[in-house]
Each structure stands twice: as structure tokens, then as C-alpha cells.
Design a protein around this ligand. Structure first.
Ligand code: NAP
Length: 312
């Protein structure tokens, strides 16, 4: 049997459609649109692409989106000064600093910069104050990728409460907030990582399995209980022909796409899982489009909460 495909592109569009009237209402009330500042340091190709699509999506939704660039040679102090200026800005409700930051800024640069963002403008949901609120089940700004997964499950009518959920990955940006969101929705949650013993057996317990490890096609049918919902968060660009040919036969649309581009973004879930899972997010077109949609939603929420705080 073939799994039901959970279409992230359609859900992303639905979230954006829901955001629009809120943007319009805010703009009428505040006399300005919600605003987000996107900070890009250096010129990493991948980051340019991500920031470009975030800017475009925000503008299309009626949100003011400003790109703030710093050269790759900028110091961490330059970046912290920019964040301080944006924290004080009246017109920016959200601040997003695109990672990764240049290595020259030091190993703890991301943590220092995320910690410096005003929690009220932390639309990425990475600030310890927002993470703490999530732990306590009273979050408002939550990391976009995991909160997008919850939206996807809800909109697909997939029950969370009472289920067994397994999350592979314990990063601060995906695995941990994902586990907390599922826990807050009354799932019984297990978090797995590189030291987990007998990973496949643990995963086979899951009604909802979230793979967020960044290892292409790692999660095989042996990890999946028949009928389970499998969420594939992984996105790894692969240009090794042998890897692609081991996964997709010639003539398969993904094989053809690889022939055209010479590279393919792969998820963490093996294509054969389609035969075991009850529902499955594809890569691309699964979790990816939700992340940007949730960023827009967080920006509007931050704008509304800042306005309410000023009116109080
Ligand atoms: P990360 O920081 O590298 O974390 C990976 C996690 O996976 C770690 O907790 C690691 O365990 C665990 N892991 C690695 N190998 C493992 C193995 N063999 N068995 C069990 N666990 C293993 O990555 P991330 O930032 O969370 O991202 C994960 C993936 O999601 C990446 O492919 C990333 O590109 C993708 N992603 C996609 C989106 C999107 O919008 N679609 C957004 C964000 C991230 P340890 O903690 O023990 O090292």
C-alpha cells in the first residue's frame, strides 16, 4: 500500500492565506504593516537563496521585509550592534539572523547573536526565554520548522494526543522543540540521537515518527510501524551519482531531476518507506514550505503582541 502524501506546498499556501487578513487588520490598526528584518552576513550561496525566498514570501503577504547585509569580514561586535539597532527599531517586529554565520566570528557566535535578539522580536523562536516558555507550554514564538510540522498534522486531521511519537534528532532548532510541541499536545514522546541503542526498534514503536538527523535515506522500512505517520525534516544536497542511483531507478522523476541538475536534495527517509507508512511528507514539498509560512505567521504574531503591549 502506498502512503498518503502530506502536501507541504498546499498547507504552506493555506497558512499564508490565513496570515493575509491578519496582516491587513494589523496594518489598518497600526498604520503600518508588520515588519521583519533579515540579516545576512557574507555571501554563502545557500543562505542567499533562503533569505531571498523569505523576503519574497514576506512581501507577497503584505509584510515589510528589509534585508540587512554585513560583509563576511564583519566582526561579531558589528553584528551585535546591528541586532541592537534592530531591537530598537519601531518598524521591525521580527528579526531573523540567517545561519550559519562565518566561522571567523567564533564557535559561539550564533548563540551570542540569538541571545541578543529581543525575545519579543525573536521570530525564529531560538531565544532562551521563548524556549523556556515552550518548555512550560505557554509559548508564543516557536521555532518555525517544528511548529510547521504541528500545523501540517493538524490540517491533515492526524491525531497527536495519546499517540506514541518518536523524534530522531535533538538539535535546538528542530529536534528538541519538535519533541516539546508533541509533548504539549499530549503525545508520549521519545527523543533519539546518535547514542540511542537499537534505534530502529525504538522508532518502530512510533505512531508519529519525525526524522530530523540530516542523513539521506537513513530511515528505512525497518524503522517504521505499518500505517505510521512519517515526517521527513531532513534536507541534504547530494551530488554523488552512486547514492542517487541506489535510491531511484532511471526514469524515476527524481532520477531525471538529478540528470538535469547534477544534484538533488534528499530527505532522511528512504523512498521505500512509502510502502509501509500510512502518511508521509515528501522531500521536496513536505516540511520545507511550512518553515517559511510559519515565519510569516510568527512575524504577524510578534507584531500583534508588540502592539497590544504598547496599548496596555
Ligand atoms: P543537527 O543540528 O546536525 O542535528 C542532527 C541530530 O541528529 C543530532 O541530534 C544528532 O545526534 C542526530 N543524529 C545524527 N546522526 C544520527 C544517527 N546516525 N542516529 C541517530 N541520530 C543521529 O541538524 P538539524 O539542524 O536539527 O537539522 C536536521 C536536518 O533537518 C538537516 O538535514 C537539516 O538540513 C534539516 N532541516 C530542514 C529544515 C526545513 O525547513 N525543511 C529546517 C531545519 C533543518 P547527536 O545530538 O547525538 O549528535
Amino acid at each position: 500500500m502506498s502512503a498518503r502524501v502530506l502536501d507541504g506546498t498546499a498547507v504552506g499556501q493555506a497558512i499564508r492565506a490565513d496570515v493575509r487578513p491578519d496582516v491587513e487588520a494589523f496594518t489598518r490598526e497600526a498604520g503600518r504593516p508588520p515588519g521583519i528584518a533579515l540579516v545576512l552576513v557574507g555571501n554563502d550561496g545557500g543562505s542567499e537563496l533562503y533569505v531571498g525566498s523569505k523576503l519574497k514570501s514576506a512581501s507577497e503577504s503584505g509584510i515589510r521585509a528589509d534585508l540587512e547585509r554585513l560583509p563576511a569580514t564583519a566582526s561579531i561586535d558589528d553584528l551585535l550592534q546591528l541586532v541592537a539597532r534592530l531591537n530598537a527599531s519601531e518598524v521591525h517586529d521580527g528579526i531573523l539572523v540567517q545561519s550559519p554565520l562565518p566561522k571567523s566570528m567564533g564557535p559561539d557566535a550564533e548563540r551570542r547573536v540569538f541571545d541578543a535578539i529581543d525575545p519579543a522580536k525573536d521570530v525564529d523562536g531560538f531565544h532562551p526565554v521563548n524556549v523556556g516558555r515552550l518548555v512550560q507550554g505557554r509559548a508564543s514564538l516557536v521555532a518555525c520548522t517544528p511548529s510547521g510540522v504541528i500545523e501540517m498534522l493538524d490540517r491533515a486531521g492526524i491525531e497527536i494526543a495519546g499517540t506514541r511519537a518518536v523524534v530522531i534528532g535533538r538539535s535546538d532548532i528542530v529536534g528538541k522543540p519538535m519533541a516539546l510541541l508533541l509533548l504539549n499536545r499530549h503525545a508520549t514522546v521519545t527523543v533519539c540521537h546518535s547514542r540511542t541503542r537499537d534505534l530502529a526498534a525504538v522508532c518502530r514503536e512510533a505512531d508519529i515518527l519525525v526524522a530530523a538527523l540530516g542523513r539521506p535515506a537513513f530511515v528505512t522500512q525497518a524503522f517504521v510501524k505499518p500505517g505510521a505517520t512519517v515526517i521527513d525534516v531532513g534536507t541534504t544536497p547530494v551530488s554523488d551519482r552512486a547514492v542517487i542511483e541506489a535510491l531511484f531507478a532511471p526514469g524515476h522523476r527524481r532520477h531525471t531531476a538529478f540528470e538535469k541538475r547534477g544534484t538533488l536534495v534528499l530527505g532522511d527517509v528512504h523512498p521505500s518507506v512509502e510502502e509501509t507508512a500510512g502518511a508521509l511528507t515528501p522531500v521536496p514539498g513536505g516540511v520545507g514550505p511550512l518553515t517559511i509560512a510559519m515565519l510569516l505567521k510568527n512575524t504577524v504574531r510578534a507584531a500583534q503582541e508588540r502592539l497590544r503591549a504598547r496599548q496596555a
